[in-house]
Design a binder for this molecule. Structure first.
Ligand SMILES: Cc1cc2nc3c(=O)[nH]c(=O)nc-3n(C[C@H](O)[C@H](O)[C@H](O)COP(=O)(O)O)c2cc1C
Length: 341
């Protein structure tokens, strides 16, 4: 059996009748599916536990997740291999704390609110890969390192040191946050995962079958940065915002790295170093995207590749053949912010 505990927020206020309707439907459906649990509601919050067979619990949680009556659904806990129910007698016990004026319930209300707020914040700081593992009911700390094939992407702001020297702290933060926001949104939208922000750059990765999406993500970011530069006023620091991209493919080791004081769930391996070196090479070859041969080989879309020749990448014994793609956004790479002035 399986048990999921989550909290969520009402999308817009519901009348008592509408809440009761959720309860009536839930009891009917849950009896049929042999699901038990409770649904606490008060103020704008829901707090629910559902338990039953893994298949039925997953099905129901997916359905509940799509319900427009609530949003910001945060799983607090997923338990697999549950051997007994905590609430065997409740098909779905509805608990209305709004109308409960019992003094002893007040601390519980405060606690629920605190848990909701703190989890919403913690989620923002948690890597999606870790959340995925947690949502499978696995403790990420005990996950052993394992080899996986990935497309690794490195991206980095052009002339960041000049920008940061010449601009106010506020403008540097504006540039960085705008850049990370655009990159994260687009990479995520294409199925990739941003693993780390590294000063003025980032590392992300994609599953290998998403290789074309990884290239498209780079192009989409370039396009959005170009639009931003062109639409920004001459006073705006955003008109200097530009980025280089490196893409490499290979087997990396994914796992926990760090100490007992701070742990990262990250990847290490040759493809990581290569992607970083290729990104650095963008300045030398004057193209905003540089990729390795294995990346080129695994694409399916009809990109027009340009062979940039062999380069001696730092830390590599053999010369590496590197490529770029023929595309206006890639060709018109300006590797110095003075070019914009
Ligand atoms: C906070 C919340 C909790 C819910 N809990 C349940 C539940 O335990 N069981 C259930 O069948 N539906 C639950 N629902 C309703 C489902 O999202 C969905 O509307 C319903 O299952 C559809 O039922 P139907 O297919 O019989 O129309 C819940 C909805 C919300 C907003």
């Amino acid at each position: 059996m399986k048990r999921i505990t989550y909290i969520s927020r009402l999308t817009s206020p519901l009348s008592r009748k509408e809440i009761e309707k959720i309860g009536i439907t839930s009891i009917q459906n849950n009896k049929r599916g042999n699901i038990t649990g409770f649904l606490v509601y008060f103020d704008k919050l829901f707090f629910q536990i559902i338990e039953g067979s893994a298949v039925k619990v997953d099905e129901l949680f997916e359905k509940i997740g799509k319900d427009p009556r609530h949003q910001d659904i945060i799983r607090l806990k997923t338990e697999n291999d549950v051997d007994h129910r905590l609430f065997p007698e409740w098909s779905m016990k509805m608990i209305d704390l709004n109308n409960n004026v019992d003094e002893l319930v007040r601390p519980i209300k405060v606690l629920l609110q605190a848990v909701t707020e703190s989890h919403a914040i913690i989620e923002q700081y948690t890597q999606p890969a870790v959340l995925k593992i947690l949502n499978q009911g696995i403790n990420p700390i005990v996950v052993n390192p394992s080899p996986v094939e990935k497309i690794v992407l490195f991206a980095d702001i052009v002339s960041y040191s000049t920008i940061s020297e010449r601009m106010t702290i506020e403008n540097v933060f504006l540039i960085l946050n705008t850049y990370f926001d655009i990159c994260s949104r687009i990479i995520r939208g294409k199925g990739g995962e941003v693993n780390k922000f590294l000063g003025d750059g980032l590392m992300a990765y994609f599953d290998v079958e998403l290789v074309d999406d990884s290239i498209q993500a780079c192009l989409d970011i370039m396009q959005e940065l170009q639009d931003l530069r062109q639409s920004s006023s001459t006073q705006s620091p955003l008109r200097f915002l530009n980025s280089g991209f490196g893409l490499a493919k290979g087997t990396v080791i994914e796992g926990n790295m760090g100490s007992r004081f701070k742990t990262d769930f990250t990847i290490i391996g040759d493809a990581v170093n290569t992607a970083s070196r290729l990104e650095e090479l963008t300045r030398e070859v004057n193209r905003s995207l540089v990729l390795s041969e294995p990346v080129k080989q695994s694409t399916k879309r009809p990109w027009i590749f340009i062979n940039l020749g062999k380069y001696n990448l730092k830390g590599k014994e053999m010369n590496t053949e590197v490529f770029s793609i023929e595309h206006d956004l890639v060709n018109e790479f300006k590797d110095d912010i003075f070019d914009y002035e």
